[in-house]
Ligand binder design. Structure first.
Ligand SMILES: [Zn+2]
Ligand SMILES: [Zn+2]
Length: 169
């Protein structure tokens, strides 16, 4: 037994052992500092409130390794940029739904610029035959070009007509 203790004592007191301990301690401290830095970087991307970011970093600092593990479990699932992007998408979708109306025949959602329902083929609005712009249902004439469907316009005289009149004189 004595020789065993002696061997252990020799190993512990050897400079190589001390060096190994230093290297181990250095690595552990380095990893700890890296984890604190990682917590700071990650928390800033996920958390808007600087106080909560500070608490997360402090937890990593006070509780080496464990603090970072706790942060990794409790941290918000998505980045702030992703959250903002999703909010914008939802808002855009809501706006789109607000401007869309329902088809009076089948209830299909239709955009304001549609002239017919893509689902039941119902004509929703007409198109001016003269300028081909979309007409609102209540319009009596086309406000863009003045085309009035009730007024039958007399065609302006052509060159042939003029020639005929000249010839008759
Ligand atoms: Zn329809
Ligand atoms: Zn027109």
């Amino acid at each position: 037994m004595d020789s065993l203790f002696e061997t252990i004592n020799k190993i512990i007191s050897s400079p190589l052992w001390t060096l190994a301990l230093y290297v181990l301690a250095f690595c552990l401290v380095g990893l700890w500092l890296a984890l604190i830095f990682w917590t700071f970087k990650d928390a800033r991307k996920r958390i808007d409130d600087p106080i909560i970011v500070g608490v997360a970093v402090l937890t990593s600092l006070v509780l080496p390794y464990m603090g970072t593990v706790i942060y990794a479990i409790l941290r918000p699932a998505e980045y702030l940029a992703e959250t903002r992007e999703r909010e914008l998408e939802v808002r855009a979708m809501e706006q789109e739904l607000q401007i869309m109306r329902a088809c009076p025949s089948c209830g299909e959602l239709i955009r304001p610029e549609y002239v017919a329902c893509p689902n039941c083929r119902r004509t929703l609005r007409s198109i001016c035959p003269a300028c081909e712009r979309v007409q609102e249902p209540g319009w009596k004439l086309c406000p863009y070009c003045g085309h009035d469907p009730r007024v039958k316009r007399v065609a302006p005289p052509t060159d042939e007509d003029t020639q005929f009149w000249v010839a008759e004189d």
